[in-house]
Write a protein that binds this ligand. Structure first.
Ligand SMILES: CCCCC[C@H](S)C(=O)N[C@@H](Cc1ccccc1)C(=O)N[C@@H](C)C(=O)O
Ligand SMILES: [Zn+2]
Length: 311
């Protein structure tokens, strides 16, 4: 019998009510949204098998699945409404999520097909599906894969991670912190775009770098992709919000212009091996295309990259 689209609901990891599109298929309600692209589906990943998340009523009871599903829909809608991009490939590719991956896994990932969420160990992280910025971070890796395809190592890898954080902060729009909802250790978040050095990076036990002169040059973390991402994160924050950084004044142009600049830089100018210097040029060119060569946006980009020491 044909699937019937329904509006369902549930309570997420932290008890927040989520409403979302689901389907009634073969006698059960399932986390299959057939209204977005070629679909948005959320699975319970048990014993290395995708199992449908089902319910006998329109209320779903698995908090991680509820959040992963609703957050995937919110992130799909962000890319469609903001950039007219239809899913990760701009061709409606099915957005597939797996929850309860691993054993108290303290991470989430994108593997080219699936967004995967660990439940966290309750010491470092709560279930990572509970963070809207986590879903946005992971889906953004899908967008990156289908655009610049930045190599996941050293400076291009730091840019890859930075774009995932920038769009994470744009989707989860009430602050400039990544992971603020899912930290179990009392930290304000995992990474801050506003003030990267306010937080300590766990591998190096150093403050996250907020200037190119402070970049990590070791081999941990694929050459510091989650560490040096903070340099470009800070630049993006400055483009949007402005401020003074290492004596350099930046006049911000707001979130709306910033997200358009970074999306255009990613989708039109960056390539797999782009480094920070090329990131600066790509953002200047994108801002020029969008707002003109003498625009406040171009000036904000130039000043922001001056402020983080990238020329
Ligand atoms: C296969 C190993 C994981 C690959 C790295 C993934 S893309 C990643 O960057 N995950 C995010 C998850 C996240 C996102 C937002 C907020 C909190 C946590 C990440 O930042 N992972 C950290 C813990 C890391 O891998 O160092
Ligand atoms: Zn990532």
């Amino acid at each position: 019998n044909a699937a019937h689209e329904v509006t369902a609901f549930g309570y997420g990891v932290f008890g927040g009510k989520q409403m979302f599109e689901a389907s009634y298929i073969d006698g059960l309600f399932r986390l299959h949204d057939q209204t977005r692209g070629q679909g948005v589906i959320t699975y319970d990943y048990d014993n290395n098998v995708n199992e449908d998340v089902t319910s006998v009523s329109k209320m779903f009871r698995d908090g991680a699945a509820v959040d992963a599903h609703a957050n995937s829909q919110k992130t799909y809608d962000y890319f469609k409404n903001t950039f007219n991009r239809n899913s990760v490939d701009d061709n409606g590719q099915r957005l597939l999520s797996r929850v309860h991956v691993g054993d108290n896994w303290n991470n989430a990932s994108w593997n080219g097909v699936y967004m995967s969420y660990g439940d966290g160990d309750g010491i470092r992280f709560h279930p990572l599906a509970g963070g809207l910025d986590v879903a946005a971070h992971e889906m953004s890796h899908g967008v990156i894969q289908h655009t610049a395809s930045l190599i996941y190592r050293n400076e291009s890898g730091a840019l890859n991670e930075s774009f995932a954080d920038i769009f994470g902060a744009m989707v989860d729009r009430d602050d400039w912190i990544i992971g603020e909802d899912i930290m179990a250790n009392g930290a304000i978040g995992l990474r801050s775009l506003e003030d990267p050095a306010a937080l300590i990076e766990n591998r190096t036990q150093e403050p996250y770098p907020d200037h190119w002169s402070k970049r990590y040059t070791g081999t941990l973390d694929n050459g510091g992709v989650h560490i040096n991402s903070s340099i470009n994160n800070k630049a993006a924050y400055l483009v949007s919000e402005g401020g003074e950084h290492y004596g350099v004044q930046v006049t911000g142009v707001g979130r709306e212009a910033t997200e358009q600049i970074y999306y255009r830089a990613l989708s039109h100018y960056l390539t797999a091996s782009s480094n920070f210097a090329m990131m600066r040029q790509a953002a200047i060119q994108a801002a020029t295309d969008l707002y003109g060569s003498n625009s406040d946006a171009v000036k904000a980009v130039q000043q922001a990259y001056n402020a983080v020491g990238v020329y």
